[in-house]
Design a protein around this ligand. Structure first.
Ligand code: CA
Length: 755
C-alpha cells in the first residue's frame, strides 16, 4: 500500500512538472555519460550551461589529457572545468578548472581528486552540486552564458583551499590578493586557432585570502604570486568559518578588460541563488517552446533531455562589449570583429535535423548562425564545415550549403544569400587547404561527375553528399536570381546516379576509369564510405528520393530494399578500418539488422517509406527506435550524440515528423509519441499536434486532419506550421495501409513535385 502511494505521488509529480513551469527538472544531463572510447552511449558530459552559451561547465573524472573526460562508471572527480568540447573526437579547447580541497594543500590533479557518488550528485542544465567526499566539501556551480558562480561549503575545522588549474599546452596565472582575485590565460586547444589565441579568465572571490601561491604539476606548491609555463595553476587559502565560500569565474577570448565587462553585465552583484534562478528561468523558456501532454513520465524526461541536448550547440563566440555592441575574437584571422559568430558544430551531423529544428523554434538565431558562417568565409576564405573553434579537419561534404538552403526554403532569409552563392561557387569548385573545407576531390568530381576512389578517400560518400549540396546551392542561386550559378549547380544534382550500381542495386565506389571498386560487400565499412557501409549510404539522396526509387526499380523494389535493412544480419566487414570501430559495435548492439541509428548517415532512412506509398512502415519503425534506443539514463543513447543531431531526431520524431530533405519546406510525417504537443512559435502563435487514442501500442495513424480539413498526405509544409494551426491524428494498434498511401500523398523529390 505504501509502495502504491509512493508510485502515485511520483507520477503526479512528473505530470504536474511537465505541465507547469519547471521543465528543467525533467532534463538529465547525465544521459549519455556512461560511455568510453570503445563504445558510445552518447559520448556526452554533464553539460552545465545555458542554451547556445559561449562557455559550458562540467565535472571531470579523467586526466586532463583525456577528452572522454566524464565517465559515469568512475568514482573520483578531479575538478569542475570550463569546457567548449563539442565531441571527444574533436577534443576540448580553452579549458581550465577549479577544485576545492581541505586539510592539506594538494594541487596536482591525481592527489586533489575526490571520491564522489552519483547518489550525492545533482546534475541539471543550470545547476550542478556534488559532495567531494574526500574533502568533506559540497561544491555547487551555476552558469551564465560566459560566467559561472560557485559556492563551496567546507568543514569549518580544517584549512580550506580553492585550486585553479590552467591545464597543459600553455597557461599563465597571477594572484591579486588586494582584489581578491586570480587572473590568467590558457591556450590549450587541438588546432583551428591562430597563434594569438588565448582564453583570458578571472576568478573573483567575495572574501580575502588567508594565503596564496602558484603550482606546477610534479613540484611543491610555491608562494609566488605569478607563474607562466606549459602548465601552471594557483591556490588560495580561505577562511571556512565565515560560511560558504563564493566566487565567480568569467573568461574572454578578446582580453581581460572584456572579461571584466562581461562579469559586470552577466552577474554584477547577483548572489549564487539569483544567478541560479536566472538560469532556471532561461532553460524553462527554451524547453517550454514545446509543451507536451500524455505519454509516460520517462518519455517526458527523454523528450526534454533531447530538447536540452538540441540547444547546447553551436557555442556563441561573441561577447557583450562595453560599447553595447557584440564583438568576437575570430579564430579564422586572429582579429577582433564586431558582430556575431558561432562555433563548435559539425555540419555533417547538424544539417540533418538540428538546423531544421532551429528554423522552427529559433529562426532568428539560425539567421545569426548563417551571418556568422559568412563572416567566417570572409575571414578565412572558406565556409566552415566542422568548426571548433576555427576550421578542423573532420568529416566530409559542404553542408554549410544545406544550412543556407534550409533557411531559405523556410523563408528565414536574414542573411546575405548572394554572398552565400558566391561562397558556394568558390568552395564547390576547388580543393581546400584541408580535406574538410572546400571540396575534397573536386577535380575528379567536376570532371567525371563522381569523386573517383583511386584519387579520393571516402569517394562514394562524398559524391552523394556533394550532389545534395549542389542541389542546395542551386536552390539558393535560383532564389537570388543567379541563373548562371543555378545552371552550374543543377547540372551536378543528379551525380548520385553515378555511384549507383544498377546490377547490385547499391551505391558503390568507382574508379577513375569508370570501373567499380572490386570486391563489393554492402556490409564493408569505411572508404569509399565514411563511418558506415553501403547499407547506410545508399539512402543519402536527400533531395531526390523519387530518383532513388526509380534507380531501385520502382515502389515495390524500393520498399523491399528498405525492409531488407532491418531484415539483414547485423554483420560488419571491418573493411578500410581494419578493426571494429565503435559505430560498428553500436550497430550490432542495437540489434536492428543493418540499421545503424548510432551514426548519422542512415538516420533519415525510416522516413522514406512514405515516398513509395507505405507510410505505415515508418510509423512502426520510428516508435521502435524511440522506445528502444532513447532513455533518460546515463546509457540512454545508442551512439555518439553529436551536437544535438541524435537528440533533435527524437524531438522531431516525438512530434511526429522529420525533415528528410532539409532543403525543402516539407516534413515527412512519422508517428507522434504524445497525445498532444504544442509548439510555441512566438507572437502568441502555436502549432498543435494532437494524437487521439495514442499509446505505446498504438503507433499507427488511422485518420488525420489539418485545421479541421482532411489531411491526405504524409507530409506537412513549413508554412502550415509557421502560421500556426492544428494537425490531428487518430491513432490505432493496427496498421492502416491506405492512410496517405496514394500517389498524390507523397512528399516531393527533385524529379517529382508534390501535389
Ligand atoms: Ca556520429
Amino acid at each position: 500500500m505504501i509502495k502504491t502511494l509512493k508510485l502515485i505521488s511520483i507520477l503526479t509529480c512528473v505530470t504536474s512538472l511537465a505541465g507547469a513551469e519547471d521543465l528543467v527538472n525533467l532534463v538529465n544531463p547525465l544521459q549519455g555519460t556512461d560511455s568510453a572510447n570503445g563504445f558510445s552511449h552518447g559520448n556526452t558530459y554533464p553539460t552545465v550551461a545555458l542554451p547556445f552559451a559561449m562557455n559550458a561547465w562540467s565535472p571531470f573524472t579523467e586526466p586532463v589529457k583525456d577528452s572522454f573526460f566524464y565517465q559515469y562508471c568512475h568514482d573520483k572527480l578531479r575538478g569542475l572545468r570550463q569546457t567548449h568540447q563539442p565531441s571527444p573526437w574533436i577534443g576540448d579547447y580553452a579549458a581550465f578548472a577549479v577544485m576545492p580541497v581541505s586539510g592539506a594543500l594538494v594541487c596536482d590533479e591525481e592527489r586533489r581528486a575526490s571520491k564522489f557518488s552519483h547518489e550525492h550528485e545533482v546534475a541539471l542544465p543550470h545547476y550542478y552540486k556534488v559532495e567531494m567526499e574526500t574533502w568533506g566539501v559540497t561544491a555547487e556551480l551555476t552558469p551564465t552564458e560566459r560566467c559561472a558562480s560557485f559556492r563551496f561549503t567546507y568543514p569549518v575545522d580544517k584549512d580550506a583551499f580553492v585550486i585553479v588549474d590552467g591545464f597543459p599546452k600553455g597557461s599563465s596565472i597571477e594572484i591579486q590578493p588586494g582584489r581578491n582575485r586570480i587572473v590568467g590565460w590558457v591556450k590549450n586547444n587541438n588546432g583551428g586557432v591562430p597563434g594569438n589565441f588565448a582564453n583570458h579568465f578571472i576568478v573573483q572571490f567575495d572574501q580575502p585570502f588567508l594565503d596564496q601561491g602558484t603550482w606546477k604539476p610534479g613540484s611543491k606548491p610555491s608562494k609566488e604570486l605569478k607563474a607562466e609555463d606549459k602548465h601552471v595553476g594557483a591556490w588560495v587559502k580561505i577562511d571556512p568559518k565565515k560560511g560558504p565560500v563564493t566566487f565567480r569565474a568569467v573568461s574572454s577570448f578578446i582580453d581581460l578588460a572584456q572579461a571584466e565587462t562581461t562579469l559586470a553585465k552577466e552577474i554584477g552583484d547577483k548572489d549564487f541563488d539569483a544567478v541560479k534562478d536566472v538560469g532556471r528561468r532561461r532553460w524553462n523558456e527554451v524547453l517550454g517552446k514545446i509543451e507536451i501532454e500524455g505519454g509516460l513520465p520517462d518519455q517526458h524526461r527523454t523528450f526534454y533531455t533531447a530538447m536540452y541536448r538540441s540547444t547546447l550547440f553551436p557555442h556563441r563566440l561573441n561577447e557583450p562589449g562595453a560599447d553595447g555592441k557584440d564583438h568576437y575574437y575570430s579564430p579564422y584571422d586572429g582579429n577582433v570583429h564586431e558582430g556575431v559568430v558561432f562555433t563548435d558544430s559539425g555540419f555533417w551531423d547538424t544539417f540533418r535535423c538540428v538546423h531544421p529544428l532551429f528554423n522552427i523554434l529559433f529562426p532568428d538565431l539560425n539567421e545569426q548562425i548563417l551571418q556568422g558562417i559568412l563572416a567566417a568565409y570572409e575571414q578565412s576564405g572558406w565556409l566552415p564545415a566542422w568548426a571548433s573553434p576555427g576550421h578542423r579537419k573532420c568529416m566530409i561534404g559542404n553542408h554549410a550549403f544545406s544550412l543556407f538552403a534550409d533557411a531559405w526554403a523556410k523563408g528565414n532569409r536574414n542573411f546575405d544569400a548572394k554572398k552565400a552563392v558566391e561562397a558556394m561557387l568558390h568552395d564547390s569548385s576547388q580543393q581546400g587547404p584541408i580535406d574538410s573545407i572546400g571540396r575534397d576531390g573536386a577535380p575528379s568530381y567536376l570532371e567525371r561527375g563522381y569523386a573517383s576512389h583511386d584519387v579520393t578517400h571516402e569517394s562514394a560518400a562524398k559524391t552523394l553528399e556533394y550532389a545534395y549540396n549542389d542541389y542546395c546551392a542551386m536552390l539558393v542561386a535560383e532564389g537570388v536570381g543567379n541563373k548562371e550559378a543555378a545552371k552550374t549547380f543543377r547540372a551536378r544534382t543528379g551525380n548520385f546516379k553515378n555511384v549507383w550500381d544498377p546490377k547490385l542495386k547499391f551505391m558503390r565506389g568507382k574508379l577513375s576509369n569508370g570501373e567499380w571498386m572490386p570486391d563489393f560487400d554492402p556490409a564493408r565499412w569505411g572508404s569509399p564510405f565514411t563511418e558506415g557501409c553501403s547499407w547506410h549510404y545508399t539512402w543519402s539522396v536527400f533531395h531526390d528520393i523519387q530518383g532513388l526509387i526509380d534507380l531501385a526499380g520502382g515502389d515495390q523494389a524500393f520498399t523491399e530494399k528498405l525492409d531488407s535493412v532491418f531484415q539483414s544480419e547485423p554483420r560488419v566487414n571491418n573493411g578500410a578500418y581494419g578493426r571494429l570501430i565503435h559505430e560498428m559495435a553500436e550497430m550490432i548492439a542495437a540489434n536492428m539488422g543493418q540499421y545503424a541509428h548510432g551514426n548519422q548517415p542512415i538516420q533519415h532512412m525510416i522516413y522514406l517509406y512514405g515516398y513509395a506509398g507505405q507510410p505505415w512502415k515508418t510509423q512502426a519503425r520510428v516508435r521502435e527506435v524511440m522506445n528502444r534506443l532513447y532513455h533518460p539514463t546515463p546509457d540512454g543513447l545508442c551512439g555518439d550524440e553529436d551536437n544535438g543531431q541524435t537528440s533533435a531526431w527524437y524531438v522531431f520524431s516525438a512530434l511526429g515528423m522529420y525533415p528528410v530533405n532539409p532543403a525543402s519546406d516539407e516534413y515527412v510525417i512519422g508517428s507522434p509519441l504524445f497525445g498532444k504537443a504544442t509548439i510555441h512559435l512566438g507572437d502568441g502563435k502555436t502549432f498543435v499536434i494532437k494524437a487521439d487514442n495514442n499509446g505505446p501500442m498504438r503507433p499507427y495513424i488511422q485518420e488525420s486532419s489539418l485545421n479541421g480539413q482532411p489531411l491526405e498526405r504524409c507530409f506537412l509544409r513549413h508554412g502550415e506550421i509557421a502560421k500556426g494551426g492544428e494537425v490531428w491524428f487518430r491513432m490505432g494498434s493496427y496498421k492502416k495501409e491506405d492512410w496517405a498511401a496514394g500517389n498524390d500523398a507523397r512528399p516531393s523529390s527533385q524529379s517529382r513535385s508534390a501535389k
